[in-house]
Design a protein around this ligand. Sequence first.
Ligand code: LLP
Length: 439
Amino acid sequence: MRFHGTMRINDKGHLEIGGCDTVELARVFGTPLYVLDEELFRENCRAYRRAFARGNGRVLYAGKALLTLAVCRLLDEEGLGLDVVSGGELYTALQARFPASRIYVHGNNKSPAELRTALEAGVRRIVVDNLDELELLGRIVAELGTEADILLRLTPGIEAHTHEYIRTGQIDSKFGLVIPNGQALEGVRRSVELPGVRLRGLHCHIGSQIFELEPYADAARILMRFAREARDETGWTIEELNLGGGLGIYYTAGDDPPAVESLAETIFGAVAEAAGDRDLPVPEVTVEPGRSIAGPAGTTLYTVGTIKEIPGVRTYVAVDGGMGDNPRPALYGARYEACVAIKAGREADVTVSLAGRCCESGDMLIWDAELPALKTGDIVAVSCTGAYTYSMAGNYNRFPRPAMVLVRDGQAELIVRRESYADLIRNDLVPARLRDTMT
Ligand code: LLP
């Protein structure tokens, strides 16, 4: 397993994160346990701020990757903005006293209540996804007697994946307004004429876990070309260009993501050039990284339970978590690396498959992991689990969701309490007529 951030092997030969022995963390807080490396999380925020502060850039963290009250505090202290996609994320941010003036509100089906709350809180931008939403927003703005600064989300017709990207001119997406069929232009026209709505700029998001930079330059060019067309047609001038998130991270051998500085250089270069070519002012550039900030800063600790060897086939090592706390392997075939916490530096001598404990054959965390020999009770650490794990966790099979600790300088603080069995039935109700038979 590649080490990230403050990971190191301590005097006992155990994996340590943030100065905390992971075996000790497991003993004190139980497993499964999410461990968040505060120093690395902050460093990732700073790398983005440094890279994008060079130009007229702004960095928003995409809350969908991982959002808790404590995470909001870290983000606020690091001076990042925040992209939220739901009333729940917005509520979390506001409860954490994250400044609304740095919040962007996303979503392809925002409810009237979500829009109202966002406007009343004074968020910086509403990223409008479609024409229906624009009309709804116009009505709410009028009703509240307020104003809204918006971006329009466009579909640039670029699909980026880890190892390739394609220009499809694709118009078949649930997100955003399409350029070629005139919808995007219609969006600009309506935004400009709707009282109380101020169109500040354009947004797009081209994918996630992206290893190539060219798609970002391409997206910037497409949006700037459209901005020029929009100015010619309506007189509106772009002030902000938001290129979404998506920068990939290292999960397993072979993953080779570009540096944040290279992303910034590519984007600033393409935007400045496109602005020059199109005779437009250089807009403020916004990015929305989620995974590349939270992902490498998270590690999940599990305890090994049953070990089943099928001679000549494989050995299944079952741990006390799985798709409940990390649905990514089951959902996307995502791959991870692991180590045995008490033998962190030891060479691998067995190949085993780490199984989750849900009643699904697909609940496998890692197929064919090369690890030192391990036994029941050992603590296994799976790295790079900071993004899209806790935020996508569920209670399938009524397994409670794990706790999360923030580690730094040898201190571990609980930032998400472990769910209890009582939490699982908290919202269950038994109608009176079924209560009689509860003896
Ligand atoms: N902005 C927008 C509008 C987005 O839709 C997303 C991610 C981001 C920013 C942040 O992207 P990031 O930097 O984290 O790649 N559940 C999937 C990932 C879904 C990403 C959805 N949108 C996974 O676990 O791989």
